[in-house]
Ligand binder design. Structure first.
Ligand SMILES: [Zn+2]
Length: 83
């Protein structure tokens, strides 16, 4: 399979229970035209106060190695572990 550059999105996470943190998420290009992160959060119109996360800036191309979001990494590891 041809390798392509990963689409990445910087996201801010935080709610009343957890401290605000910024992570780099992988954008899931396989569904909804890339409107969701790989960890399942909708990118457009996301607001920290309402959803507990929000997109910071625009999507950009990069390497899967740049992903720092723990939930995205968990899914990436899971898929890599499958036969
Ligand atoms: Zn993520």
């Amino acid at each position: 399979m041809k390798k392509v550059r990963a689409t990445l999105q910087k996201m801010g996470y935080g709610d009343e229970y957890s401290e605000y943190t910024e992570y780099v998420c992988l954008v899931d290009e396989t569904c909804h035209g890339g409107e969701y992160t790989f960890c399942g959060n909708a990118i457009p119109d996301s607001h920290l106060d309402i959803e507990g996360f929000e997109a910071i800036g625009d999507e950009y191309k990069g390497s899967i190695k740049e992903v720092t979001c723990p939930q995205c990494l968990k899914r990436i590891e899971y898929i890599k572990s499958l036969k």
